[in-house]
Design a protein around this ligand. Structure first.
Ligand SMILES: [Zn+2]
Ligand SMILES: [Zn+2]
Length: 339
């Protein structure tokens, strides 16, 4: 019989379909052809800096802005979901026709180019490059969270077409919004209720519970805990949680940020060797700007390999059906080679 498990972070339910369960190795994707190291048409490749808006950050030795020589570069998204004009004030809220609520699309939308090489993926980075990507993300977080009217800074990565990107050049995105998304509000409410009932952080207690259970732990490193959550919504969903409590990604010191780069490189490397470089999304769940120092929320990062499709039942009910057991995928990933 299948099992219905509750997600601690949302109280949402997940069906773990044990009878349909596939073995961890059955999710392997067929190999993809690697693109060239340089693509003359790619706006993110060096030499094509003029094809993007002027950069807001560049890690480079010598050379000027918006020219080759960088190893990490951050630019405003040319097709920004949210943007800001000079002199923008408070985003205007309005009620259209006496009923429909709306507001100006004020905010920031940036793209972080992780490497000048068109075909070099995170697991193949040097440790130093992995560290610096994490440091650059932190630097942009800290720059954006103080901007006026910004409520949340959302960091994410889409890798591959089924994860929502057609641009192959390795990149992450950063969106700063003037609203708190309802899904984050729900996570905050769930964690706050837990804090009120139990007097402690839900996620700190969750780490302890998973550590005691042992069977879903992928890695327990100096500063981070990596786990396939009890109520995983999809096969190989992987959470990376800082071991010391912090509500905000921006509260990490430089040492922890470097360590995050190493952990991410290792875990993505294992996912890549075990599953054949699958498409995936990474999302960072972090507290809103005015709740960054609270005891009840705990920032973390989630990797969601795109191995299955969301279908009618998921769309209609919000209940995911997972055909893999986290108790089986976690040990398999723990033993996998990190490239
Ligand atoms: Zn490129
Ligand atoms: Zn905590």
């Amino acid at each position: 019989m299948s099992e219905i498990r509750q997600d601690i972070s949302t109280n949402e339910w997940v069906i773990i379909a044990t009878e349909r369960a596939k073995r961890p190795h059955d999710f392997m994707k067929p190999p993809k052809q690697l693109p060239p190291e340089f693509d003359p048409k790619c706006p993110f490749c060096p030499g094509n800096e003029g094809m993007t808006p002027p950069e807001v950050l560049g890690y480079r030795q010598g050379g000027g802005a918006n020219a080759p020589g960088w190893w990490i570069r951050v630019i405003p998204n040319r097709f920004a979901a949210l943007s800001r004009r000079p002199g923008d004030g408070e985003p205007k809220r309005d009620i259209e026709g006496g009923f429909f609520r709306k507001m100006d699309g004020v905010g920031r939308h940036e793209v972080l180019l992780e490497t000048p090489k068109h075909n070099l993926y995170f697991p193949n980075f040097t440790d130093k490059q992995a560290e610096e990507v994490a440091i650059a993300l932190r630097e942009r977080y800290l720059a954006l969270h103080h901007e006026p009217n910004i409520k949340v800074v959302i960091i994410f990565k889409n890798h591959g077409e089924s994860a929502g990107t057609s641009l192959l050049h390795p990149h992450c995105q950063i969106v700063a919004t003037p609203i708190v998304p309802q899904s984050l509000r729900r996570r905050l409410a769930t964690a706050t209720r837990y804090f009120d009932d139990n007097g402690g952080c839900l996620y700190c207690d969750y780490i302890e519970a998973e550590r005691k259970a042992e069977k879903r732990v992928v890695e327990d490193s100096a500063k981070f805990f990596v786990v396939h959550p009890y109520a995983s919504r999809s096969p190989f969903e992987t959470w990376i949680l800082p071991k010391s409590h912090a509500a905000s990604f921006g509260n990490q010191d430089i040492d922890s940020t470097k360590e995050l780069g190493h952990v991410l490189k290792r875990v993505l490397g294992k996912i890549s060797t075990m599953l054949g470089n699958p498409d995936y999304n990474i999302v960072v769940h972090t507290a809103p700007v005015n709740e960054e120092n609270e005891d009840y929320f705990h920032w973390h990062l989630r990797i969601i390999p795109r191995l299955t499709m969301m279908a009618g039942f998921e769309i209609g009910s919000g209940i995911f059906i997972n055909t893999a057991l986290p108790e089986e995928t976690a040990p398999a990933l723990r033993e996998a080679k990190a490239l």
